[in-house]
Design a protein. Sequence first.
Length: 264
Amino acid sequence: MAETKLSMKDKRWSLHGMTALVTGGTRGIGHAIVEELAEFGATVHICARNQDDINKCLKEWKNKGLNVTGSECDLQCSDQRKKLMEDVCSIFHGKLNILVNNAATNITKEIVDYSAEDVSTIMGTNFESVYHLSQLAHPLLKESGYGSIVFISSIAGLRAVPVFSVYAASKRAMNQFTKNLALEWAKDNIRANAVAPGPVKTKLLESIMNSSGGDDSINGAVSRTLVGRMGEPKEISSLVAFLCLPAASYITGQVICADGGFTS
Ligand SMILES: NC(=O)c1ccc[n+]([C@@H]2O[C@H](COP(=O)([O-])OP(=O)(O)OC[C@H]3O[C@@H](n4cnc5c(N)ncnc54)[C@H](OP(=O)(O)O)[C@@H]3O)[C@@H](O)[C@H]2O)c1
């Protein structure tokens, strides 16, 4: 009896037997998410634009005994997104349990300075590619019988942050898409949630801090946190993994902050 109870408990807190695609898994928050999901037992596929970085990460994870594969893909290109999903379909035999839409970019400027190209790069990477990749993943998520999508959003989609206007709009669009997708795909047993991190120590944040106005913007955000510091990638990946677990089966359509209290 005790044994049965334990195994049921273990199942609620395990991703064993599940498959996951994490976009942008080679560094920062995505890298931490890959490790967290794989440590919970999932088999993970990643993508990024730099093949050398992918190879380096795959070697590192193999040495740690984690089950991860990867392919080169620029998510802004429609053909490359289709090829990525074909790879995923073939590696995971047509079934995908978890899609983490993590990859994103940012260009920080005052509103008056953004070019049309800047706007289309940010919206194309952070919103349009995510929208289309989710569409491509739908048949695989449905086929798995237990699907979960996690969108990596940002507190910038919830509160105004200086020099972030386009990035903020892309994340706000993502937050609403999370809710519409959760509504339409619930019948297919697919949940959708967004995680909105505060400032987290990564390459993206470093490049923003080196840009004009970026340093003040990030320091201002850190000073508005209750904990008075930046977050670590592992402090975001834990929430992402939780949302993918069977233990989170009643949570869908939510935008949840991991922001040291910034939005409180
Ligand atoms: N760091 C923060 O403070 C913070 C705060 C709030 C939200 N977020 C969100 O968290 C997520 C991860 O950010 P991060 O800080 O970890 O960024 P990061 O360190 O720059 O890592 C981004 C990852 O995405 C990949 N990537 C970027 N553009 C891509 C494209 N077009 N196609 C395929 N892969 C692409 C990168 O690899 P390649 O360059 O090789 O393609 C890399 O693996 C993003 O959605 C970001 O908006 C971050």
